[in-house]
Design a protein around this ligand. Structure first.
Ligand SMILES: [Zn+2]
Length: 443
């Protein structure tokens, strides 16, 4: 009995240490891992070919444009974004301007385009402003995040909540659809300052030109968007907050893409057959390499110059990752670009950050939710403010014919609600000594 008490005390102390440690550091992301039940609901679970076929069918129908007209490759999925901005209960607080949100969405669209993802986000011009201290910067657990996502939502859009901070000290949290609800939401934190560290407030005018900080923010934006479109961390372990490197033999995603799980690993839902580790474990996608967790055991990352490095100099000391190999003794070779990994935020913005199967997962989710509408959105959105005006070089070929559309205002129940709040801003630049002309046209 005494041994048991000692053991329990030790476990309790360990928990205390863990909790107090966790509160000091900032976590990359607060999104929960999949449960087995959720995973089994995904049509590609154990069948990645489903995704490859889906991507072929969706991308195969794209309009490729032609040589004479402007090469416009329209996205198959035009996803409206409903921005929710949270102020303190008394209405004060540091919050982003509409044009800032548009500029972030435009950056996210550039990343999607660079990765051949046939999704374009555009912001509904009716931004949803609300006051509540808790949601401004006080959310402290999963129940709090769920309450936030349920409190304000547009069922026809991707819901993005802009918060100042949280007691969970996370950069962002995504909520998977088809698990909790039939809509898609994520939250992102605008003040990324770690207590005692340098100012990392994304809204501080002094930080606007801090490329690393701004890129890190966009990296979080697209990462959380990935969760909201059903994607998992590349280092995920089903039903566990452990890292892939720490998973047991049945639950680990191995480096070898042809690795078959042992016969007794029947949790996968299949008693027979050759179950590929990469289809059942990790993010359950075989075209993303097995990932030990790029923050395994450290607050920094096992990443240098967007490359995985199992040995780093931290604080003048050479440190090696705790589990450098999988259970078969093969060195990890994770991607330090993948947007669903814990790589440095800016690395997520490059070509090669989103794989074909990850595209497929997002397409399947958007298609299933029905949040992409065939509305008249031009390819120059988001341009509702002069600070995000689209730029036109006069006299350049190919000429551009900008057709103004009626509006891209709010939508309710899948029907466009004409509010006339859309504006199209264009900056015409002329290559002469004359002044630049700025035109504002409101339809
Ligand atoms: Zn995440």
């Amino acid at each position: 009995m005494k041994h048991k008490i000692i053991l329990l005390t030790a476990v309790f102390l360990l928990c205390l240490i863990h909790v107090s440690f966790a509160q000091k550091e900032l976590r990359e992301c607060g999104t929960q891992p999949f449960t087995l039940e959720e995973a089994e609901k995904q049509p590609w679970y154990g069948n990645n070919q489903y995704l490859l076929n889906l991507v072929d069918s969706i991308e195969g129908t794209l309009d490729q444009g032609n040589m004479r007209t402007e090469a416009i490759t329209r996205s198959q999925f035009l996803v409206p974004v409903q921005a929710h901005v949270w102020h303190r209960s008394d209405g004060t607080g540091e919050v982003p301007e509409d044009w800032q949100i548009m500029s972030w969405i435009n950056r996210a669209n550039e990343v999607l385009k660079a990765n051949n993802v046939s999704i374009t986000l555009y912001m509904l011009c009716d931004v949803d402003h609300n006051n509540r201290d808790e949601y401004y910067d006080q959310i402290s657990n999963d129940a709090g995040w769920t309450r936030l996502f349920n409190s304000r939502r547009n069922v026809d859009a991707l819901n993005v909540h802009f918060l100042r901070g949280s007691r969970d000290n996370v950069f962002g949290v995504g909520q998977r659809p088809r698990t909790f609800n039939r809509y898609s939401s994520f939250a992102i934190i605008t003040d990324r300052t770690i207590p005692g560290d340098r100012n990392q407030d994304i809204l501080d005018p002094n930080n606007i030109r801090d490329v690393g900080l701004q890129d890190g923010f966009i990296g979080t934006f697209i990462h959380e968007m990935g969760h909201a479109f059903t994607l998992s961390h590349t280092h995920e372990v089903l039903e566990s907050t452990r890292a892939n490197a720490d998973a047991n033999r049945c639950h680990q995603e191995y480096v070898d893409r042809r690795k078959v799980l042992a016969g007794h690993c029947i949790f996968t839902g299949s008693l027979f057959g050759d179950n590929l580790s990469c289809e059942y474990n990790g993010d359950r996608l075989c075209d993303t390499p097995a990932d030990p967790d790029l923050t395994l055991g450290i607050e920094e990352r096992w990443v240098e110059n967007c490359n995985y490095t199992p040995t780093r100099i931290i604080g003048g000391t050479s440190v090696t990752i705790r589990e450098p190999q999988d259970h078969d003794g093969i060195d990890w070779q994770p991607s330090a670009l993948n947007f669903m990994s814990y790589t440095t935020g800016g690395c997520r913005l490059r070509a090669g950050s989103i794989t074909r199967m990850q595209r497929g997962v997002m397409y399947d989710c958007i298609r299933d939710l029905g949040i992409s509408i065939g509305y008249q959105v031009d390819e120059y959105e988001n341009d509702n403010h002069f600070r995000v005006a689209d730029r036109v070089e006069l006299g350049q070929f190919p000429r551009r014919h900008h057709t103004f559309h009626e509006n891209n205002g709010g939508i309710a129940g899948g029907v466009v609600d004409w509010r006339g709040c859309d504006e199209d801003w264009i900056t015409f630049t002329v290559t002469s000594t004359r002044n630049v002309i700025i035109m504002r046209i409101r339809s």
